[in-house]
Design a protein around this ligand. Structure first.
Ligand code: ADP
Length: 352
């Protein structure tokens, strides 16, 4: 909560399948400066009551500090939760809740970030890392690839001219769900930390594993992934055989479980599995994004959504996929506030 005396007049919340993203506008009451500040915070959607309580605290603080009436607070909601939790939000806050269309909010938020905010949009590569773009006004057409729980690809050809051209259900929720089954990670950020440390070559079948070298004729390096997780079955079998050979009692072999992941005897770790799945999901999205951009003649591709979370390998994979497949003709862009496009858009539609 803002600990100062700032006046909060507007709250926008984008409630998705996994996260509720909240943006609120605060202004110092006695400041002579125009404008104010945008504040960002998110909550897990399955703890939506915490999010609603946070909004309620913001509202109550206004009433005690500034004597404002509840109806002076403007609450805007978007995303699926704007429908699912509509009554609950309205009842707790005791104010009218305005609802806005999710896709439209995404685009309005993104347009604002591209055109108005310095050091917001950047390109990423392993060599130059983050390189910020200047704000620009000639932004259309472009493709927005929003990677949340699922993935939406939206062709944008003008300020309110957009069309959802595709998507995939293999998105952020897939990584989150599968890694919770495959690793001991207790949070999404822990999974990203694991991925950061892992070596996917322990589980992925690489071109080099098949050819023993690269396959230069068709442009495949020996480190190119031929099959995500393609080595796992064989390696597990070999590891089990290894323990079989060491055993003195052949009858007990079948009952013994294979070495647990992360035990010293395991041929690969949770970190390796995390890295591999992060690559698999990101490569797949990168490839579909490229094909969509090709189909719709778009050379500018923005990647948004909380899945990205500023993670190096995710951004590098997406960026590389676009560069590789388009032979350098198309470019991938990222945003510092990647998860907040919808919430900012909802806010702007009713801006103070
Ligand atoms: P949605 O609107 O569908 O909730 P988001 O853009 O908020 O989508 O992205 C949700 C995805 O972001 C998750 O599926 C996961 O991959 C990733 N993520 C980032 N931070 C978290 C977190 N704290 N908890 C769960 N998932 C997270």
């Amino acid at each position: 909560l803002p600990y100062h005396t700032a006046v909060v007049s507007h709250i926008a919340v984008d409630i998705g399948g996994t996260l509720a993203k909240l943006v609120y506008f605060s202004r110092e009451p006695y400041s002579r400066e125009p404008g104010g500040r945008l504040n960002f915070i998110n909550f897990e959607t399955n703890r939506i009551d915490d999010c609603i309580e946070f909004m309620n605290q913001l509202k109550m603080k206004q009433q005690t500090l500034n004597g404002s009436k509840p109806e002076e607070l403007c609450v805007i909601a978007t995303g699926g939760g704007a429908y699912k939790f509509y009554d609950r939000i309205r009842d707790v806050l005791g104010v009218d809740v305005l609802r806005e269309d999710e896709m439209e909010c995404l685009i309005i938020g993104l347009d604002f970030f591209i055109t108005e905010i310095p050091r917001e949009v950047f390109t990423y590569s392993e060599t130059h890392l983050m390189r910020f773009e200047d704000q620009r006004s000639d932004i259309y057409p472009y493709l927005l690839v929003n990677i949340g729980s699922g993935v939406s690809m939206i062709k944008v050809s003008g300020p309110r001219a957009y069309e959802r051209v595709g998507g995939t259900s293999l998105g952020g929720g897939t990584l989150w769900g599968l890694l919770s089954l495959l690793t001991g990670a207790g949070s999404f950020d822990e999974m990203l930390d694991l991925a950061e440390r892992g070596n996917n070559a322990k589980v992925d079948m690489l071109v080099g594993d098949i050819y023993g070298t690269d396959y230069g004729k068709i442009g495949l390096k020996s480190s190119t992934i031929a099959s995500s997780f393609g080595k796992v079955f064989r390696i597990k079998q070999e590891a089990e055989k290894g323990t079989e050979c060491q055993s003195t009692d052949p009858t007990s072999v079948d009952d013994r479980p294979p070495p647990a992941a992360d035990s010293p005897a395991a041929p690969f770790s949770s970190a390796d599995v995390s890295r591999s799945l992060l690559y698999a999901i990101s490569n797949n999205i990168g490839q579909i994004a490229y094909l969509q951009s090709e189909k719709h003649s778009l050379s500018t591709i923005y990647f948004g959504g909380s899945f990205i979370r500023g993670h190096r390998q995710t951004m590098n994979t997406l960026s590389y996929a676009i560069k590789f497949w388009s032979k350098g003709e198309k470019k991938a862009y990222f945003l510092r506030h990647e998860g907040y496009l919808g919430a900012v858009g909802a806010f702007l539609k009713r801006q103070p």
